[in-house]
Design a binder for this molecule. Structure first.
Ligand code: 8OZ
Length: 366
């Protein structure tokens, strides 16, 4: 059985190990443009087998929080290039997470003060972070069916921008109750017509996005992130049949030749087995997918080793521990202690709590 430190082929990518840096929102891209500081941060973490960038909006309408990065203009491409060059020159590989927030946004963040768009015209019961601090999200308008082709084209355009910026691939963010999951879940999607109602219809947007992005980049450079049990404290109720929904999605994507599925097990950033959540049969899903299977959520070194040894997963993504330990791969290999996360510095700010976490051997800090 493989260990965390064995190389692995993931679609078109050859990874040096099975330890992945999870996508992590950090809000340090003023006006959506990545900075040299962001390049330092990612380069410090380039010993990961794979880095997945923080979620990055595919268009102006796709943004939902202050100072998250974009991947749709020449300025974004040029700025991300310093990130990909830095990671590659340090021997790492990096894919960008393509993100549309849908209704998790505020008009002050959107072009011309537009209303957010979603599968529904019902607002989410949550807040977002704007120039004026935390505010309730704005009420969305429901996308018309005729608008979907342009939305899918925005994903394809962002994928082209990602290739120009030097990324090794992309991850389509279909998790955490953003736009694609606003279509997937029957608790949110109240549409009629080709994108609402049946599981097949609710999954249609995701499948069209994956087809479009895969056609741009090659399907073996595309992964997808899913989160069937995430509620964010009840603000995003679960689908009524998460196992059936996921079985349908995996069944549709299995023949596409995607590089990987990235499954958030449990409540994102919370319990792996949330109280009252329906039981999921993860292994049924995994065995229906021919590509690499990545798992994430509150996984420590011991659990990660067990997940690989038992065949539960091919890859393990670490989030918070990669924020506070740029050399997490070495620390796992040496069973070394981990730095403590300084949570006050997660969202926004500068180098503090971002690029100043010490390496095990201080002398290798650049
Ligand atoms: C934390 C803060 C803002 C956004 C996600 C992109 O949950 C996010 C996110 C996380 O997927």
């Amino acid at each position: 059985m493989p260990t965390l430190f064995d190389p692995v082929k993931v679609g078109a990518l050859r990874l040096a190990n099975r330890i992945v840096m999870a996508p992590l929102t950090r809000n340090r891209a003023p006006g959506g443009v990545p900075t040299a500081l962001m390049a330092d941060y990612y380069r410090q973490r380039a010993t990961a087998g794979l880095i997945i960038t923080e979620a990055s909006q595919i268009s102006g309408m796709a943004q939902g929080y202050l100072d998250t990065p974009g991947i749709y203009t020449q300025a974004h491409i040029d700025a991300w290039r310093q990130v990909t060059d830095g990671v590659h020159s340090a021997g790492g590989q990096i894919v960008i997470q393509l993100w549309h927030v849908g209704r998790i946004s505020h008009r002050s963040l959107l072009p011309g003060g537009a209303e957010p768009v979603s599968s529904t015209a019902r607002a989410a019961n949550t807040k977002t972070f704007t120039r004026d601090g935390f505010v309730p999200v704005s009420t969305p308008r429901a996308l018309r069916d005729e608008e979907i082709p342009a939305l899918v084209a925005d994903y394809a355009h962002a994928a082209r921008c990602a290739a120009k910026a030097g990324f090794d691939g992309v991850e389509v963010h279909a998790a955490n109750t953003y736009l694609i999951e606003q279509f997937l879940r029957d608790s949110i999607n109240d549409r009629h017509g080709p994108y609402g109602g049946t599981i097949e219809n609710r999954a249609r947007l995701l499948i069209e996005v994956l087809q479009a992005v895969g056609s741009e980049l090659g399907f073996e450079r595309v992964g997808v992130r899913l989160s069937p049990l995430t509620t964010f404290g009840g603000s995003a109720p679960l689908d009524s049949k998460p196992q059936a929904l996921m079985e349908h999605v995996i069944g549709k994507i299995a023949p596409m030749g995607l590089a990987y599925v990235h499954m958030i097990e449990g409540e994102t950033g919370g319990a792996r087995e949330p109280d009252g959540a329906p039981a999921m049969d993860w292994d049924v899903l995994r065995s229906a997918f021919p590509g690499a299977w990545m798992v994430n959520n509150g996984i420590d070194g011991e659990h990660a080793r067990a997940a690989l040894a038992s065949g539960h997963a091919d890859l393990v993504a670490f989030g918070r521990s990669f924020i506070s330990n740029p050399d997490l791969v070495r620390r796992l290999r040496e069973h070394a202690s981990l730095n403590t996360l300084r949570a006050d510095f997660l969202y926004g700010g500068g180098a503090e709590g971002y690029t100043d976490y010490p390496m095990l051997d201080e002398s290798i800090v650049a």
